[in-house]
Design a protein around this ligand. Sequence first.
Ligand code: SF4
Length: 92
Amino acid sequence: MKRGYRQIEYTSDDPWQLRAACRGPQAYLFFPPNHPERKEDRESRESRAKAICAVCPVLDDCYGFAIDTREAHGIWGGTTEAERRVLLAEVV
Ligand code: SF4
């Protein structure tokens, strides 16, 4: 997934995180477990997380936040940390 970069302004009056589709019991899908994870398990977990992102009402806010803050871990805005590293390397 490749998207353009846009700067988003955040205020405490706009708690987009409260509308995140990943809130709740499925939140564990968005970060690796604290034990070794096989490649196929990681790919399955990431795919399931991205499916949630795809229908999330705050996808753009989340993606922008992850890019702006250089979030280094987890799935944010439908992207993995590896995908964001590539995107950031392209725009910097
Ligand atoms: S885009 Fe994905 S990671 Fe971001 S808030 Fe929505 S569901 Fe969570």
